[in-house]
Every structure is written in C-alpha cells, then in structure tokens.
Design a binder for this molecule. Structure first.
Ligand code: ADP
Ligand code: MG
Length: 350
C-alpha cells in the first residue's frame, strides 16, 4: 500500500472502512476499502474467490465502479476502486434541503438509462446485485453514474435456495420478503422501480419500518395482489401463513405528477408483483421512456456507451448542483455524511 497516501475516510460499514487516497506516482485519486477481518490464514487464491472479488473481476463497464487493484498485505485485504464523488442518496438529501425543484425527468432518464446498461452487463455476465439503493449508485466528479458495492452480488447460476440476509428493506422485492428461495435478477429491477420513483419525488416509495410494515407499504401502493397478478406470491404467502393486507392501491400518475406517462408505465412494469412480469434490464432499455436515446443509431449507441464517457454528445442542458453543508442524516437504516463539494452535472441528449 506504499504507493497510496491516505487522504480521509469516506465511508464505513461492518466490513471495515473506505478511504480516499492518492496514488503517489500518478496523482490519481482512488477509494481504498480496507477489510477489517484478518486474512492472515487466507491464500491469494482464497481471496480471489471472495464473492465481491469474483463479481467485480467479471465486470468491465462504464457504469459499474471499477476495481483497479486487490492488495493483500500483512494479513489485510485492500480493494482499490476508482474514486467516486458522492452518491444518489446524498444528492437527494441535498435537493430536499434546498427545498427547490426536484430532479428533471431528463436527469432521471439519463441516470436510469446508464444504470440499466450497467445492470444489463452485470446480468448478462451471470450476476445480480441484490442491494441496489440510492447509496450504492455513485457519481463521479463529472456526473457519471455507476453501480457500486457488489458485496451481496450473487451468481445467477449459483444454486438456490438463497437463505441469507439480502437487500436493504425499502428496496427489497416482494418475493424476497416472502422468503422465495429462487429469486433472480428481477429483484434488481424491482429496486430500480422504487429508486426511479424516489428520484422523481425525493421520498422513498416503500419506507417500511419492519418486514410486516414493508409488505403493508407495498400493498398500499400497488393494491393487494390477486391470484391472477401473482400466483406464486399467493402460494409463498400461504406457505408462511401470511395474509396480505386488503388495499386498493394508489393512482401512480397522481402520486408522481411530474412524471410522464412513459415514465409511469416503466415504473409500473418494474414494480410488478410478479418477477416474471418485470422487464429485464435489456428490455427496460427498449422502453418508450428512453425513446429520445433511439435517435442515436443502434451501432453508434452501443459504441457511445462502451467508449469514454467524457466524450459525450453535445450538451443541451447543464445542471448545477451545489453541496455546501456538512451534516449527519439518518434515513432509519444508515447514516450519511455529506461532503463539502461543488458538483457540476452535464447531461447529454434529451
Ligand atoms: P457497504 O457494504 O458497507 O455498503 P460500500 O462498498 O457501499 O460498502 O462502501 C461503503 C461506503 O464507502 C459507500 O457508501 C461510499 O460512501 C464509500 N465508497 C465506496 N466505494 C467508493 C468509491 N469507489 N468512491 C468513493 N466512495 C466510495
Ligand atoms: Mg453500500
């Protein structure tokens, strides 16, 4: 680790801490995740077999945070990532604090389009994330969004049943809540539906205080599921002796008045009770909500998203966001520190 100079702590969790650091030779900033657990008795091979390492090594996408190096030194394991400036939760909290306008639909569209690209790459490579939430969607200094924190990632073809703890409650899909043993990448699509609404409203869609309340919140938005909506869900609920609360659901266009009919349609399909009715990430990219992106011919579109993101198409609407205060904010599940930063976001297209 000699080649890195620690600058400051930027995050912590049960695993250990994340430092902002600088490469002494190149001047490049990185994020170093230092794992608390001792790896003294682990071979290098064992480390390479860690779930997060295996998943990250298979990802190479402009919208997935890049693992630059894995270092094992004196029994400590260090993940060296490209450095990201802040996350979507921090931005939403700041927007709320400023009490002003919400994010524009074109901004929500741009972020979602990129995240679906990242997810599609991840799912195609045989992984699903399982813990998508605004805190795990990071933004670089130039406003490029990337999926982070593959700690809970799971191989699609690894054998069910999946039993251990999964996902932050608010973004947890109903099949996971009902203890399905063979959920799949559709859990990430559910999380994206909840995140999309939150980007429009700046409030979590399903802020359950516990598992029961979580299901209640989902029913009060979507309405109680019927056998026709989700036969497997009814079976799962019966197996648990669980009775869905009786709710009518809400009229989404009234709940998110600033969202276009296309946005509402995509949200509704992402938040389908039945995982089989949710679009895949690749299908979501084809949704009319992203119609404006179709103006780029398909071969160029692919090239554009795989190439250097700094070379973006002409900027139509720069958006300036300023984060100028430091504070602790508790969302009921985690504590977030807001950095002193000025961020400039420049949107391509739309
Ligand atoms: P956890 O499993 O605890 O959520 P994360 O990988 O999400 O672990 O890292 C914890 C925190 O560290 C993140 O919420 C973020 O604040 C910070 N962090 C993680 N990766 C980066 C990065 N590449 N750049 C900047 N900060 C990061
Ligand atoms: Mg995280």
């Amino acid at each position: 680790m000699e080649k890195y100079t620690k600058i400051k702590e930027v995050g912590s969790g049960s695993f250990g801490v994340v430092w902002k650091a600088m490469n002494k030779f190149t001047g490049e900033f990185v994020a170093v995740k230092v794992i608390k657990q001792s790896f003294d008795s682990w071979t290098w091979e064992d480390c390479l077999n860690l779930r997060e390492v295996k998943a990250l090594r298979k990802m190479n996408h402009p919208h997935v945070v890049k693992l630059k190096e894995l270092i094992k030194e004196q029994g400590t394991l260090y993940f060296v990532f490209e450095f990201m400036d802040c996350d979507l939760l921090q931005l939403m909290i700041e927007k709320q604090r400023m009490g002003g306008a919400k994010f524009s639909e074109s901004m929500v569209k741009d972020w979602c389009f990129r995240v679906f690209h990242g997810l599609s790459h991840m799912h195609q490579r045989g992984y699903f994330h399982r813990d998508l939430k605004p805190e795990n969607l990071l933004l670089s200094e130039d406003g490029v969004i990337k999926i982070a924190d593959m700690g809970l990632a799971r191989e699609i073809d690894s054998n069910p049943p999946y039993t251990e703890y999964v996902m932050t409650r608010w973004y947890r899909a109903p099949e996971v809540m009902l203890c399905s043993k063979n959920y799949g990448p559709a859990v990430d699509m559910w999380s994206m539906g909840a995140i999309m609404v939150e980007l429009f409203t700046l409030s979590p869609l399903f802020p359950g205080m516990n598992s029961r309340d979580q299901m209640h919140k989902i029913c009060s938005v979507l309405g109680t599921p019927t056998e026709k909506d989700w036969p497997e869900g009814i079976r799962l609920a019966n197996a648990l002796n669980y009775k869905f609360p009786l709710c009518d659901g809400i009229y989404l266009p009234a709940f998110i008045p600033c969202a276009s009919p296309d946005a509402i349609d995509l949200i509704q399909s992402l938040c389908s009770w039945d995982p089989n009715k949710r679009p895949s990430a690749a299908q979501a990219l084809q949704h009319p909500f992203f119609r404006s992106y179709y103006r780029i011919p398909a071969p160029l579109r692919e090239k554009y998203y795989q190439s250097n993101l700094k070379k973006q198409p002409p900027i139509q609407r720069p958006v300036h966001l300023k984060i100028n205060q430091q504070s602790n904010v508790c969302d009921g599940q985690s504590e977030v520190m807001l950095p002193h930063k000025k961020l400039e976001f420049q949107l391509p297209l739309c």
